[in-house]
Design a protein. Structure first.
Length: 348
């Protein structure tokens, strides 16, 4: 059988400009597809999602959103452990998280960390933007909610410690009970100040799901009500993303963070018509400070970036060394609310 990459020239790829970055990505995917027998199951799933995303542009139904501030400074990748407060900074913006407490046991719920709270935040922000309401319905079935997040609820009905169902419930408690603080040092008319915003993520909730039996339908629907300040913050300037890509990258907290940040930087570069660049030291500070050695972070980030390229057709990167350069030809995965069809931007 002839090689697909050899029999298909650039000008034979319908709708694509010969020599374009999109063609190069498509060729790369074709070559990978021919080697599927040597790929892991996770790599095959990523490849399948890539084919879907490249074949059809994202629609409104594919849109997901994340708070701009939590794109600039991200949640922990690993469990911070028993510390009174966890912080991360990016320039003059710092995020601080304090864990909630179980009033029955008087134990800390702990910090939200890893991939699950990131997927939860995407879902929460997306629903808040869509419904324009701080009260969000989670549904009557745990399996149904997990499917919306792209998580697997098949655990044999055991509720095993490592199952997605138990992990989701644990991270929901950590996130929903947490208090988040944004602190910055804004400048106005040449004067510097200090701004701070304390927020409860969720102010009220009812959860009726069974961890051991995700299929079980509860008599009452589960719901959460976001804290007023948190609701206002996450719906003010949400960063758009493609939920199909999030599901493809769901196994890596760093890949999810980097993907969200690239969407934000693509919008900024496209709007300003100037490339955006951050060096590895800056990226390490606000995306992966848990890595003790910057070299380890750089290696992991480059591996995550290779995955992101396969599910982000509109991303155009420059060749500037020492970091990541996002070119103004880039497009966000989902067209933002303040960008017109022709790519120009409305006043914000």
């Amino acid at each position: 059988m002839e090689n697909a990459g050899e029999i298909m020239a650039d000008d034979e790829l319908p709708g694509l400009e010969p020599g374009s970055d999109t063609v190069a990505k498509l060729r790369e995917r074709i070559e990978i597809n021919e080697q599927r027998e040597t790929l892991t199951a996770a790599q095959c799933r990523l490849l399948d999602q890539s084919a879907v995303i490249f074949a059809a542009p994202a629609t409104k139904q594919d849109a997901a959103y994340l708070p701009r501030e939590l794109v600039q400074v991200t949640l922990p990748h690993k469990n911070p452990g028993n510390v009174p407060v966890w912080t991360r900074s990016n320039g003059n913006l710092t995020v601080g998280i304090q864990p909630g407490m179980n009033l029955t046991t008087r134990d800390s719920y702990g910090y939200p960390y890893g991939t699950v709270p990131r997927l939860l935040l995407f879902w929460i922000t997306t629903e808040a933007v869509r419904t324009k309401s701080p009260r969000l319905e989670l549904g009557n079935s745990l399996r149904g909610f997990m499917a919306e997040l792209g998580l697997n609820s098949s655990n044999g009905g055991t509720g095993a410690k490592r199952s997605d169902a138990r992990r989701l419930r644990n991270q929901m408690e950590r996130l929903f009970r947490a208090r988040i603080t944004f602190q910055g040092t804004p400048e106005r008319n040449g004067q510097s100040g200090e701004a701070r915003l304390d927020m409860l993520v969720v102010s009220a909730s009812e959860l009726w799901w069974s961890i051991k039996d995700p299929d079980q339908t509860a008599l009452w629907g589960s719901w959460i009500e976001l804290g007023d300040k948190f609701f206002d913050a996450i719906t003010a300037y949400p960063v758009p993303a493609d939920f199909r890509a999030l599901r493809a990258l769901k196994s890596s907290a760093l890949a999810l963070d980097l993907y969200a940040w690239l969407n934000y930087e693509a919008f900024r570069a496209h709007r300003s018509r100037k490339p955006r660049f951050e060096n590895w030291r800056q990226l390490h500070a606000h995306l992966g400070a848990e890595y003790a050695r910057p070299g380890d972070f750089r290696r992991k980030a480059k591996a995550a970036l290779r995955k992101i390229k396969t599910v982000y057709p509109g991303l155009k990167l420059g060749d500037k060394q020492g970091g990541i350069q996002v070119l103004p030809e880039s497009w966000p995965a989902i067209q933002p609310r303040d960008m017109t069809i022709d790519g120009t931007c409305k006043a914000v």
